[in-house]
Ligand binder design. Sequence first.
Ligand SMILES: Cc1ncc(COP(=O)(O)O)c(C=O)c1O
Length: 453
Amino acid sequence: MTPHVVPDPQAGAAVKAADRAHVFHSWSAQGLIDPLAVAGAEGSYFWDYDGNRYLDFTSGLVYTNIGYQHPKVVAAIQEQAAKLATFAPAFAVDVRSEAARLIAERTPGDLDKIFFTNGGAEAVENAVRMARLHTGRHKVLSAFRSYHGATSTAINLTGDPRRWASDTGSAGVVRFWAPFLYRSPFYAETEQQECERALAHLEDTIAFEGPGTIAAIILETIPGTAGIMTPPPGYLTGVREICDKYGIVFVLDEVMAGFGRTGKWFAAEHFDVVPDLMTFAKGVNSGYVPLGGVAISERIAATFETRPYPGGLTYSGHPLACAAAVATIQVMEDEKVVENAARIGETVLGPGLRELAERHPSVGEVRGTGVFWALDLVRNKETREPLVPYNAAGEANAPMAAFGAAAKKNGLWPFVNMNRTHAVPACNVTDDEVKEGLAALDAALTVADEHTV
Ligand SMILES: Cc1ncc(COP(=O)(O)O)c(C=O)c1O
């Protein structure tokens, strides 16, 4: 149910004018952007001041896993604000204890202690700090085609062009290739080859970097922004074995893949793997109040049992954020949101996207699970040449820009990154909403098809 959208262009113009005058936006040339003024949102939809309503196939930045304005979570935040709006992190606070308990109960294996942060990048910063102190080593291995956040260590770990401008090269980060059969860095033709060669490449990298210098390997369990590339069977357990062999801390970044997105509470469950540290954020409370964290295994927690952990944040475990997490997890249990994500992926979204791929020459590959899907758009299905070059901008990116504009014209807000569109709706999206999204994608892909050869 979406409330009636009452257009108010004048109010929209005022919001836009103040934004343009004073808000400095992320990742943007400030003079070249034209942000949509948002008037409201509910469930899977949001709307502007001109009376346009959009089905959000991005979940914000892949974080509103229970959709917008869930009444139970909004009420929990309001109640917490009235009861105890804030309290410093050194104290034991009921709602913080409860959030940590609920998260620890759901994280795999012995990841039973929770260090709270305000978001994903800070979680990565702290996971790396823990790994370095635990091992007494400095270097961290991360994958090309990854995203781990925009703070200093996190951006240095990132394997995409967003790193380039901030890459100091001083953070002790070494990058390697993780498996991705469709664009295999290893000339592999099967999942098994890709897996074996990727593991051999990782072990070679470790040998040449010096195993005794490497504190951690960090991987997104299923890389998100970089293209939703599900690793082949055996890869993550292989990485786990390599980490154990060389005493390296294994960090899984579940900031995007966690909390139901893949149809399980955590993506690690698909692969039967337990990392030493796991980062989370986004879906933990659907981003209603900023929250992230690191789930810590017994071994690493033991390092800081008598030795102080040298890190902290003023708002670590903020009561409003924790109240939102407690309510979100409860809603996800009561409304079977994780089960819905799995079912939608298997029966509606996955099959629907595959059907689009059959009919549209611009769709090279469909991959994903749950409500975590990517369409790899190509100029040619045979050659797999991307629809736009890597990191294209301006005129070179025109085909993707045209695709995005067509989706919006059809009432769908699409996730567009390089030559891909991701179908990442809320985990509690309905069958009908997904069907509506697929119809809009169908129309927008017709525009992308015009750029195929
Ligand atoms: C896998 C992953 N790690 C870390 C981050 C950074 O999270 P934040 O933007 O909350 O700092 C993101 C954000 O998209 C992410 O997808």
